[in-house]
Ligand binder design. Structure first.
Ligand code: SF4
Length: 429
C-alpha cells in the first residue's frame, strides 16, 4: 500500500489512564503493520495523546503539539487524540491548522489524506480503547484500566462529560490483558476504581472490585490499586488489598472540610477519613497512603484551609498531591461564587506542600537501616511496595541488581522522597 505511513511516534501527556490508551493505540498500529520510532522527526505519523484535565495540562498539550509540529518531517501526519481532542475537537481543529487529524477515543489515528474530523459534537464515546490489544510491557509493571468513564458528579470535574458514564470491562478481558502483559506488577486504574461493576448490576454489581483484585493478584506478584473514592473503601476491599501483599491505599479525598466537600458534591469529612486510615493502620501498621487534594475550590475559607492543614499533620500520609483548583467549563463549580484569589491559592499550596514534604521526608528517614524488598524497574532504579510507579519516590539500588526481579536491599540513606539502598550486608552511612 504505497503512500501509507510506515513509522509512528506517540507522545503521551496526562495521567496513567492516558498511558494505557496510548499503549492500546500502539498495539493497534503495530498490529496494522506500522513500526514504532522514538524520533518524531523520522515518523510518518506523529500522535499526541492529550490531557485536558486542568488548564495547565491543556497548555502543555498545545505546547507539545506545536513543538512536535516543528520537529516532524514535512510529509508526516500530525494526529491529536485523547481528552483534549474529545472535549475541544472543533476548537482545536480550527485553532491548530497544522494538525492533520483531531480524533476522539477509538477513532483510527492513521489518517488517509489530509482530513480533519471534529469530534466534540459526539456526546458520549460509544466505542473506546478498553479492549484493544496492547504490546508487551517494556518495564516490569503495567497499568490495566478496568473501567472507563465515571457516574459521579464531583463539582470540579469535567471527566464524566467527555469520558461518559462508567463502563466496566469484563473480568475475563481484564485477566486476559493481565496475562498478556507478562509483568511482575499490575496497577489497576479507572476514574473511580472501587465502583467497578456498579454499572453492570446483573453480571458484576457493586463490590465486584473485591473479587477482581483477588483474581488479578493470584496471577501477578504485586497488584496495586489507584484512585479509591473513600465511601467505597469497604472492609472487604481493605482485606482484599492487604491480601495482595501490597498494602498501598491511594485515597481520592480532595478535601476534608465537610461543607466544602458538599460544595464539591463529594462524600465524607476529615474525621471519617482519619478513622478509616486508623482502621487500616490497625490491621496493617506498615500500610502506605497516598491522597490528592484540591486547593482554592470556590468558597474555601481560611477555616477550611486550616482544617486541611490539621488533617495533613495528623494523618501523617506517606504521599500527597496538592493541586490548585482550575475552573472547567460545563462543571457545577464553574459558576459558583466565592472564587479564591490566585495569590492566596499559591500561599495555601506552598504551606501544604511544605508541611507534607517534611512528613514524607521524615517517614522516608524512618526506613534507613531497614531491609526492604524491591522490584528493579531499570538498572539502578527500583521500588518497594511503598512507591507506585511514576507517581511516588524511588529506591536507588546498585546497578548490578537484575531488572524485573525482586531483591532484598538495605536502606542506607534518604533524600526527600527517594531512598538509597545497597546490598544487604553493606554498612549504613
Ligand atoms: S469520581 Fe469525581 S473527580 Fe473522579 S472522575 Fe468521577 S467525577 Fe471526576
Amino acid at each position: 500500500m504505497t503512500g501509507q505511513p510506515k513509522r509512528f511516534y506517540v507522545e503521551t501527556l496526562g495521567c496513567p489512564k492516558n498511558q494505557v490508551d496510548s499503549e492500546k493505540l500502539i498495539g493497534t498500529m503495530l498490529a496494522d503493520g506500522l513500526t514504532a520510532t522514538d524520533d518524531a522527526s523520522e515518523a510518518d505519523v506523529v500522535v499526541v495523546n492529550t490531557c485536558a484535565f486542568i488548564e495547565d495540562a491543556r497548555r502543555e498539550s498545545i505546547d507539545t503539539i506545536l513543538a512536535l509540529d516543528e520537529k516532524r518531517a514535512e510529509s508526516s501526519r500530525l494526529v491529536v487524540t485523547g481528552c483534549m481532542a474529545e472535549r475541544y475537537g472543533d476548537e482545536l481543529a480550527s485553532a491548530l491548522p497544522e494538525v492533520d487529524l483531531v480524533a476522539g477515543f477509538g477513532v483510527p489515528v492513521v489518517p488517509v489524506g489530509r482530513t480533519t474530523i471534529p469530534v466534540s459534537s459526539t456526546p458520549i464515546p460509544t466505542f473506546d480503547l478498553l479492549n484493544l490489544p496492547r504490546p508487551k510491557s517494556s518495564v516490569p509493571w503495567a497499568y490495566v484500566k478496568i473501567a472507563e468513564g465515571c457516574d459521579r458528579s464531583c463539582g470540579f470535574c469535567a471527566i464524566p462529560s467527555f469520558r461518559g458514564p462508567q463502563r466496566s470491562r469484563d473480568v475475563d478481558a481484564i485477566l486476559a490483558e493481565v496475562d498478556q502483559l507478562q509483568v511482575t506488577e499490575i496497577v489497576l486504574v479507572a476514574q473511580d476504581l472501587a465502583s467497578y461493576g456498579k454499572d453492570r448490576p446483573d453480571e458484576l454489581g457493586a463490590g465486584s472490585i473485591v473479587d477482581l483484585v483477588s483474581k488479578v493478584s493470584a496471577r501477578v506478584p504485586w497488584t496495586r490499586l489507584l484512585y479509591l473514592y473513600p465511601s467505597d473503601l469497604s472492609d472487604e476491599l481493605i482485606d482484599a488489598i492487604l491480601a495482595t501483599g501490597v498494602p498501598y491505599f491511594d485515597l481520592s479525598l480532595q478535601h476534608v472540610s465537610k461543607p466544602l466537600l458538599r460544595r464539591m458534591r463529594r462524600w465524607g469529612d476529615g474525621e471519617r477519613f482519619l478513622q478509616r486510615i486508623a482502621d487500616i493502620r490497625r490491621r496493617e501498621p506498615g500500610a502506605t497512603f497516598r491522597s490528592n487534594f484540591i486547593v482554592g475550590y470556590p468558597g474555601e475559607t481560611e477555616a477550611d484551609h486550616d482544617q486541611l492543614l490539621d488533617f495533613v499533620s495528623e494523618a501523617d500520609l506517606d504521599w500527597c498531591g496538592f493541586f490548585a483548583y482550575s475552573p472547567e467549563e460545563g462543571t457545577y463549580a464553574y459558576d459558583l461564587d466565592g472564587a479564591v484569589a490566585p495569590e492566596l491559592v499559591r500561599q495555601r499550596l506552598a504551606e501544604l506542600t511544605e508541611m507534607q514534604d517534611a512528613i514524607t521526608a521524615r517517614r522516608r528517614d524512618l526506613l534507613i537501616g531497614s531491609t526492604i524488598e524491591v522490584l528493579v524497574d531499570q538498572p539502578g532504579v527500583a521500588r518497594s511496595r511503598r512507591e507506585a510507579p511514576e507517581i511516588d519516590g524511588i529506591v536507588e539500588v546498585p546497578s548490578d541488581l537484575a531488572v524485573g526481579e525482586f531483591h532484598e536491599v538495605l536502606v542506607t540513606s534518604a533524600l526527600g522522597p527517594d531512598l538509597m539502598a545497597d546490598h544487604v550486608g553493606a554498612g549504613v552511612d
